[in-house]
Ligand binder design. Structure first.
Ligand SMILES: CSC[C@H]1O[C@H](OP(=O)(O)O)[C@H](O)[C@@H]1O
Ligand SMILES: Nc1ncnc2[nH]cnc12
Length: 300
């Protein structure tokens, strides 16, 4: 019998969208309702918006809250991912604004990121802390199946897309210095942002597929002809591309929704060999909090 791990109650995927800067809703869905989902890890950024696209269930979370009230370092990434999992989400597509670290990734380009460098340092990065330690693999932090779907959807609607690229996650909220920007370029990173880590790592811990589509809004600080990033410049490019991002989401959802089996890349079984704390030493209070994230392996 086919495994139903990683599918929703109706045997279909439930698509979660985390909208970044400039993406605070997804128009065009039916049966829309905003609902607060409580998480034992704290407050998610906002209520979650539930809606349908045909026969598919979508769940949307504005990463910074409606009205962009939360800074990257203040986001409760654990609560956001836990709430998505509690809402039944099986895969997360992140939409993010980024600076470009490469000449050929001009503002307006959509990059289907396939790797990350995590330079953040002031955030909770794991669900698995004292009393239930786990180490998941993030060697391939992005779900390749989702990347294929985003690429196909982008081609269908004629978006300027680039498949592959490393996203460097910085702490922020200030943009990079010239020396930092040059350093990241020397490391071969393609784009820079402040939010996708630890989000992607936590999604993996929660056994959710994760992919990000990064909208280039600026050339960060390294470019001799564009040597300063400003929010108004970022917003201008964002507003010009937000509709494209929303169209992309509506186009990619049915492709993701076609799956009827557990993700072949292993995202939905990431915890199979990850727990290391001896069962008799596990902290019952932490185990209770992990009911959604790790219920499959903890038997909750
Ligand atoms: C408004 S520019 C800086 C801001 O935009 C990006 O956020 P997101 O990934 O949520 O689109 C970047 O990481 C910063 O948080
Ligand atoms: N240059 C940049 N650095 C970090 N985050 C960003 N988001 C958009 N542009 C950015």
């Amino acid at each position: 019998m086919a495994s139903t791990i990683g599918l929703g109650a109706d045997g279909r995927p439930v698509i979660g969208i985390i909208g970044g800067s400039g993406v605070y809703d997804i128009p065009g869905l039916s049966d829309i309702g905003w609902r607060r989902i409580n998480s034992p890890f704290g407050d998610p950024s906002d209520e979650l918006m539930f809606g349908r696209l045909g026969d598919l269930q979508l769940v949307f979370l504005p990463r910074h809250g409606r009205g962009h009230v939360h800074a990257p370092s203040d986001l409760n990434y654990r609560a956001n991912i836990d709430a998505m999992k509690r809402a039944g989400v099986t895969e997360i597509l992140s939409v993010s604004a980024v600076g470009s670290l490469k000449e050929d990734l001009a503002p307006g380009t959509f990059v289907i990121v396939d790797d990350f460098i995590d330079r953040t340092f002031a955030r909770e990065k794991s669900f698995f802390t004292k009393g239930c330690v786990a180490h998941v693999s993030v060697g391939h932090p992005v779900c390749p199946r989702m990347g294929d779907a985003v690429e196909a959807a982008g081609a269908r609607i004629g978006l300027s897309m680039h498949r592959g690229g490393t996203y460097i996650a910085m702490e922020g909220p200030q943009f990079s210095t010239l020396a930092e920007s040059r350093l990241y370029r020397s490391w071969g990173a393609s784009v820079i942002g402040m939010t996708n880590m630890p989000e992607a790592k936590l999604a993996r811990e929660a056994e959710l597929c994760y992919a990000t589509v990064a909208m280039v809004t600026d050339f960060d600080s390294w470019h001799p002809e564009h040597d300063k990033v400003t929010v108004d410049q970022v917003i201008k490019v964002l507003l010009g591309n937000a509709d494209n991002a929303r169209t992309l989401v509506r186009e990619v959802a049915p492709l993701l929704g076609a799956r009827r089996e557990t993700c072949h890349a292993g995202c939905h079984t990431a915890l199979d060999y990850a727990l290391i704390t001896a069962p008799e030493k596990r902290d019952p209070a932490l185990l209770a909090k992990l009911d959604a994230v790790a219920g499959r392996v903890l038997g909750a």
